[in-house]
Ligand binder design. Structure first.
Ligand SMILES: *Cc1c(COP(=O)(O)O)cnc(C)c1O
Length: 448
């Protein structure tokens, strides 16, 4: 075991391939279905919305896919990302020698999260195919800012439908996107049929990712010069994020440590996939025994309380039906501050692994997450995104459980982003004003 704290890779050591889990799945993927006819759809049906290269990656059976040189160049402006041992946190928790916590930090990207890892290749492939304008949705604003930066780099227009409650709670992300040159619209909006329909039913709608996706897809479907990009859920997004885990494996080797448990938060599943899928592969190779743990909010507990079935990816039925864990496409979660985790569904890949018991899932309340986030900030110095705080909570719980049981445990968690744009959430937490929500009641938790 190394006595170092930071495990730094040179940019020349950055992995040059993404890991594609498709050929290694424990069971076959159910095909996506047409939203109206329920017939299986082929890749061609997606071509009005997505770059051909991304559609190919969506269904590719190649285990490793080369990262284009041009994408590697941009990756190298902020990658390889750091992996640290959380020594001060360990000390603060009073952990014995044998219980160790490592974290892989994605907050060093220009957007402050893991999302540029897929925004950059998505913009790149679309540009290559002659697309001039990209539409998308965003929750907390992290995906929108990542795509805004990527579009600016490749000189493309970017239009972002931002979930209404986040648009109002998080103006700084909107300003960031606008500064990068994007147009940002609060969703539901009057721009699209989908948005107008929701507003007719409820003029005060908080919005949701499902609604914003409907609007962004409708926008792209109406114009020839426009494609749509999604920041999570889809197979090609999970693919691009595996750069995280490929690096982490090399860095944990530098640390002369092998994780017993790998933890990441789950909204649509992409940062979890990014960190955990390369470890899944490592398990198949017989080099790892790690448990892979997905962490989600109790207010939107897709993997722990949802049903595994076909559902729409969006509110209005613009997207194909996918086999996944879902709370129902019309579910509007409570307005928790981890906006990036307020999605009714989940990645079909992550869902399949959950269904086959290849991964575990836990759900946590937001106050417990902020408590962990503040402890982390005061010991490790990094202010975590509210989404990432879910992973910290679960990592601390693992460490305390190991301590109580007198067991050794090496814990690796994904710190998917920083919380510099989420200070209003920290202000509310510091003032004791955060509420905990349970899914079933859809209302405030008793005693919380
Ligand atoms: C978007 C986001 C998430 C949730 O999305 P996944 O696709 O589940 O990773 C988590 N953390 C941060 C910082 C995010 O920006």
């Amino acid at each position: 075991m190394s006595d170092r704290t930071r495990f730094v890779l040179d940019e020349k050591q950055m992995p040059t391939r993404w890991y594609n889990i498709n050929p290694d799945l424990p069971a076959p993927m159910a095909p996506p279905l047409h939203p109206a006819t329920d017939e299986p759809i082929g890749p061609d049906a997606l071509s009005p919305l997505f770059a051909m290269e991304l559609i190919k990656q969506e269904v590719s059976m190649e285990r490793y896919i080369e990262i284009p040189e041009e994408v590697q160049h941009v990756y190298r402006t902020y990658r390889p990302a750091p992996l640290n041992r959380a020594r001060q946190l360990e000390k603060d928790l009073g952990l014995p020698e044998g219980v160790k916590i490592f974290f892989k930090y994605e907050g060093v990207s220009p957007a402050g999260s893991h999302k540029p890892n897929t925004a950059i290749p998505q913009a790149f492939y679309n540009k290559q195919e002659g697309i001039k304008r990209i539409s998308t949705e965003t929750g907390a604003g992290q995906w929108g800012s990542a795509l805004s930066i990527a579009c600016a780099l490749y000189d493309m227009e970017c239009v972002v439908y931002m979930v209404g409650i986040s648009y109002r709670q998080k103006p700084y992300r909107r300003i960031l996107m606008e500064t990068y040159g994007a147009e940002v619209i609060a969703s539901p909006s009057t721009r699209t049929n989908a948005g107008r329909h929701v507003l007719d039913l409820n003029a005060d709608s908080l919005g949701s990712l499902g609604i914003a996706i409907s609007e962004a897809v409708e926008d792209a479907a109406m114009r020839d010069d426009t494609h749509y990009c999604l920041g999570s859920v889809l197979n090609h997004v999970c693919l691009h994020q595996t750069i995280i885990g490929e690096e982490a494996i090399m860095q944990m080797e530098m640390a002369q440590a092998e994780p017993d448990v790998v933890i990441a938060c789950v909204g649509g599943g992409s940062n979890f996939a990014g960190l955990a899928f390369p470890y899944y592969r490592r398990k198949l190779d017989g080099k790892s025994n790690a448990r892979l743990v997905a962490v989600e909010p109790k207010a939107c507990p897709t993997l722990t309380a949802g049903e595994y079935r076909y559902d729409l990816g969006d509110e209005a039925g613009m997207t194909p039906k996918m086999m996944m864990y879902t709370l129902g496409h019309d579910f509007v979660p409570a307005g928790i501050h981890a906006g990036g985790l307020r999605y009714h569904g989940d990645s079909p890949l992550v869902s399949l692994l959950r269904k086959e018991d290849a991964i575990e899932a836990v759900a946590v309340h937001q106050n417990a997450c902020f408590e962990a986030a503040v402890q982390f900030a005061r010991t490790e110095g990094i202010l975590p995104a509210p989404e990432s705080s879910h992973a910290i909570r679960a990592a601390i719980d693992e460490a305390l459980e190991a301590r109580e049981a007198g067991e050794d445990r090496t814990i690796l968690f994904g710190l998917s982003g920083h919380g510099h744009f989420d200070l209003a959430a920290y202000e509310a937490y510091n003032a004791g004003k955060l509420e905990d929500y349970d899914f079933a009641a859809g209302s405030m938790c008793e005693g919380a």
